[in-house]
Structures are given as C-alpha cells and as structure tokens.
Design a protein around this ligand. Structure first.
Ligand code: MRU
Length: 328
C-alpha cells in the first residue's frame, strides 16, 4: 500500500499524484502555503487525505505562533470547497490548541494531526469489514468504482477501495471495473495504479461505457467514496457519480457509498447546499495536458450530488446506513 504523504524533520512530503502513474515524485512542504498549494492543484487529493494534509499544514505553521496558525487555517480551509473533511480537520486542530500557549503549539498540533491520520486509517479498516459483510460469501462479485477512493485518497487502505481490497482478501471479488474519470483521470491513473500494485483483478473503462457494461450484466454493485454527505444523506462525490446512481437504479444494481464520519456535514441540510467546485474549463478542453478541443466554452464541475433515494447504503466506520430511508 502506498501512502500519499509522510512527515519528517519539520517537512511534510506529499506524493505528487498529478504525475502518477508515470513518475513517483515527492514534494517537500516546509510551510502551510506549500500544503495549501498542493491541495489546490490536486498534488494531494481525495477527501480524507486533504483533511490530514491540512492538519500537517498547521503543524508547519505552528512555529510562527497562534496568529499565523489561525491565518493559515483560513488559507487551508479555502483550498478546495467541496470535501468537508478539509474544514473538519482544520476545525478539529484549532479546537485542540484552543487554550495552548504558543510554545506548546508545535507538539500539540503534531499530536492532533497524527491522531486524525490514525483515526482515518482505523475508519478505513472498519468500513472494509462492514462493507464486505454486504456481500454474501460463496460467490464472486464484480463491482464498478469511480474516481479514486483508495490509499492515495485517504492515507489508509481506502474507503471504497478498502471494501474492494477486503472483498478480494475474502475471495468474494471477481472483477473491479474502473471508470477512467474524466477530465483528470483519477480512475485511470490512480485507481488502476493502486489496484494493479495490489494484484486485484481490474478492468478500465471510459466513463461513457458504464451504462453498457451494466446492461451486459457485468456489474453486481457500484461502490464509490464521498466528499460531503448532507444531513438528509445526499452525497457529493466526483462528477459522474450522480449518473452512475441513475444507471444503477435503472439496472437494479445496488449503489453503495463508503465514507468515514469526517465526511458527514450535519450543518448542510440537503445536497442542494453542498458547494460544488468548478475547475478550469481547460481541463475539459484537454487530455493529459494536451489541448484536444477548439476554444469552445466548457463547463467543469468537479463533483455532483447523488440524491439519498438512489443510495442503497452508506458504509461508515460505525454502521451501515440506508440511504433511501432518510427523510427529506
Ligand atoms: O477531485 P478529487 O480527486 O479530490 O476527488 C476525489 C473524489 O471524488 C473521491 O471519490 C472522494 O474524495 C472520496 S475519497 C475517499
């Protein structure tokens, strides 16, 4: 299993996911602004991973005192808008040092950041166990996943990919179909990289093939992660997830989300209130950094929202929650 980051000698090292799978390059961050830039530009990405990275960003800020920590907290929180894990982790770190003297900030923040990372790792393991229990033993299932909800998105074994790893270990997995996940190809570049390294049978498809692959009877379940889950259980995830949920319902296939408690946002009543990040249209007009379309206007929402009625179950570290039983 490959980690998206590590901390050593007052430096937070981030594996540059933009260059995967061709290059494994590490970025050494020595200040919170370096971490915020890495989050904003997707060198580190995935909801739990950007929360953990932001916590280490505050560790780097801590030697300059409380005012600087608070300033950097705002910068880190604003680095990306959709995944609530980012604001959650920053808020938790600030709370942990609410009454601390300036001289105690570095130790206390380092402790809190490592506890957040450990908890996310443990949550991945629990989700994997609970998620696998949704699949009866004695047969092998083929599942479809979208984007990357694996080690590189979480710092642990993964949310959706954690469940997939567990299914594989228990002999319940036949095949993982991976959407390539346009425009930035997290499925093709990162999930394919992780599953291949783990020796898990996987097949890459383009996003537009998902419906046909379902129609051919090749998919038993869809399983994805999430970036923010509203109080009514509407769930934001990588753009394309909404379409998959509609397709899954049309084909009578269960649609599962695996997400830790840090992804739940009790302050947002429904999916309509979830801020959706809009990225540079050039990402849509290009492929792997090469312009592939004329200068037409392009729309580039990075996420969409799966309505709770289309979610068969949400797997958390504590329990399995039935999406379509949620009240509006
Ligand atoms: O834009 P990204 O790559 O950060 O989007 C990531 C996703 O949408 C993941 O599916 C989500 O964060 C769940 S990861 C455990």
């Amino acid at each position: 299993m490959i980690s998206p980051f590590y901390y050593k000698d007052h430096t937070f090292f981030i594996l540059d996911q933009r260059r995967l799978p061709l290059e494994e390059t590490w970025i050494g961050c020595t200040c919170a602004d370096d971490v915020a830039l890495a989050i904003r530009t997707l060198a580190v990405r995935g909801a739990p991973a950007i929360g953990i990275a932001a916590a280490y960003g505050l560790v780097l800020a801590s030697r300059k005192g409380r005012e600087h920590v608070e300033h950097c907290a705002r910068t880190l929180k604003e680095a990306r808008p959709t995944a609530v894990n980012l604001a959650w982790a920053v808020g938790r770190c600030l709370e942990a040092v609410r009454d601390a003297a300036d001289s105690d900030l570095p130790d206390r923040l380092l402790h809190e950041a490592s506890v957040i990372w450990q908890e996310e790792t443990a949550a991945n393991e629990s989700m994997a166990r609970l998620g696998s229990s949704l699949f009866a033993p004695g047969r092998r299932y083929s599942v479809l996943t979208h984007c990357n909800a694996g080690s590189l998105a979480t710092g642990g074994i993964g949310t959706a990919v954690g469940v997939i790893r567990r299914l594989h270990e228990e002999g319940k997995l036949a095949m993982v179909y991976m959407d390539e996940t346009r425009p930035l190809l997290q499925g093709a570049r990162i999930t394919a990289y992780e599953l291949t390294k783990a020796g898990i049978p996987s097949t890459l498809i383009t996003d537009s093939m998902a419906g046909w692959v379902m129609k051919l009877g090749k998919i038993d379940a869809v399983i994805v992660g999430a970036d923010r889950i509203a109080r009514n259980l509407d769930a934001a995830n990588k753009v394309g997830s909404y379409g998959l949920s509609v397709l899954a319902r049309a084909h009578g296939i269960p649609f599962f989300i695996a997400a830790p408690r840090s992804t739940f946002d009790p302050d947002t009543p429904t999916g309509e209130g979830i801020p959706i990040e809009e990225r540079d249209p050039l990402e849509v007009r290009s492929f792997q950094g090469h312009v592939s379309a004329p200068e037409v206007p392009a729309f580039n929402p990075a996420f969409d929202v799966v309505p709770h009625r289309l979610i068969t179950a949400i797997i958390t570290e504590e329990s399995i929650i039935c999406g379509h039983e949620s009240p509006d």
